[in-house]
Write a protein that binds this ligand. Structure first.
Ligand code: NAD
Ligand code: TDX
Length: 339
């Protein structure tokens, strides 16, 4: 079996490559990644020299490059992680989100149609469902919840989902989609809430909480997400959408306080800053379908996962310090400088 993993130099894609290569040592894995600001070749160091692994630096929007790769590799399965993934950046500069997340997905699927594949899997997000109110804990996102997006990021992901389902219906492309809640774990880019708070706390810098910090996210350890995608590409039904989430809803402020406690840093570092525009209040996934059909359940409890994650950031300072001392400084200044 040959799998092309797009966006494999990013957070979840790299964890997925490690998972697949460990569990299926006879599979060939090709990582197609543009190495944007969010992609890091050093993340893949442990697999770069393996004979059954190949890294290709290309853009998923580049039709010629994508077709050439399909012709060379004749993949069975494509798992599309490649995306612009940060909501705040999509508010600052939406255009690249439309290109990569929509046009890039369509280009990959065109290659799938031209060369033939067994499965195209689209890694999507719970953000396509919009948000839920804080005072209705009984409400959860199911696969039938209408798409109702808030940000340019989530709108681009929802557009891609619609295209994926259209390619299935119109051309019969064997597709599947997973919509997962917020991930956390090793190699999470420091622009996102959990790694940003860990890095800032370790550097005794202010911890910028948007609004009142009451927004709720449903956190899942990244390995559990990877295991769910593994199940879907091997046993999931074609043309289906599967929600992935761990029933682990937490307020942002509680997460930040937990990180302070774990790192023995004072809560006085917490700084309330201007809210994100269009900020979604609450995400909560109902994962009944993937549990009933494929037997998936999250394995890592949040208390254990956050400890492992903090430990990883303590042991891998070079990885994130290299990132935050580079081009990232300009983004941070633009994003937080006047908050
Ligand atoms: P990330 O930003 O850490 O990584 C994205 C990767 O895609 C990077 O390696 C980047 O170089 C690559 N990339 C970007 N544009 C590209 C292009 N045009 N061509 C080729 N490669 C390109 O993202 P992540 O957090 O790992 O998210 C991966 C996927 O999972 C995304 O599709 C995202 O929407 C989805 N998702 C993320 C979460 C989460 O909590 N992080 C939750 C649900 C779904
Ligand atoms: O500095 C911050 N302060 C803050 O209060 C940052 C970066 C975030 N936040 C808040 C905003 C959100 O309510 O924390 C929450 C989580 O923010 P992010 O880490 O940016 O994640 P989110 O916007 O929820 O989106 C994530 O989950 C769904 C991923 O980035 C998406 O790619 C995925 O689709």
């Amino acid at each position: 079996m040959k799998i092309i993993v797009t966006g494999g130099a990013g957070f979840i894609g790299s964890n997925f490559i490690f998972h697949i290569m460990k569990k299926y040592p006879d599979y060939g894995v090709v990582c197609l990644d543009k190495l944007t600001y969010a992609g890091n070749l050093s993340t893949l160091e442990a697999v770069l020299n393996k004979p059954n692994f190949r890294f290709v630096k290309e853009d998923i929007c580049d039709r010629t490059a994508v077709y050439k790769l399909f012709e060379e590799e004749k993949p069975d399965v494509i798992v599309n992680f490649a995306a612009e993934s940060h909501v705040d950046r999509s508010i600052l500069e939406p255009e690249v989100f439309l290109k990569t997340n929509i046009i890039g997905t369509a280009t990959l699927m065109d290659a799938c149609l031209k060369y033939g594949i067994r499965r195209f899997h689209q890694v999507s997000t719970d953000e396509v469902y919009g948000d839920l109110p804080l005072d209705r804990p009984d409400l959860l996102f199911t696969e039938e919840t209408p798409l109702h997006t808030s940000s340019p990021y989530s709108s681009s992901k929802a557009s891609a989902d619609l295209l994926v389902l259209a390619y299935h219906r119109t051309y019969g492309l064997p597709v599947s989609i997973s919509r997962c809640s917020n991930n956390y774990g090793p190699y999470h880019f420091p622009e996102k809430l959990i790694p940003l708070m860990i890095a800032n706390a370790l550097n005794d810098k202010p911890l910028p909480v948007y609004g009142k910090g009451e927004n709720v996210r449903d956190w899942l350890y990244v390995e559990d997400h990877c295991k769910a995608i593994d199940l879907i590409i091997h046993k999931g039904r074609e043309g289906e959408v599967y929600n992935i989430g761990g029933h682990n809803e937490m307020k942002n402020i509680d997460i930040v306080k937990m990180i302070c406690r774990e790192l023995k840093k004072p809560e006085s570092l917490i700084t309330y800053v201007a809210d994100r525009k269009g900020h979604d209040m609450r995400y909560a996934i109902d994962p009944t379908k993937i549990h009933k059909e494929l037997g998936w359940l999250p394995e890592t409890k949040f208390a254990e996962g956050i400890k492992k994650t903090i430990e990883w950031y303590l042991e891998n300072r070079k990885w994130w310090q290299t990132i935050i001392s580079g081009e990232y400084k300009n983004y941070y200044e633009k994003m937080y400088g006047n908050k």
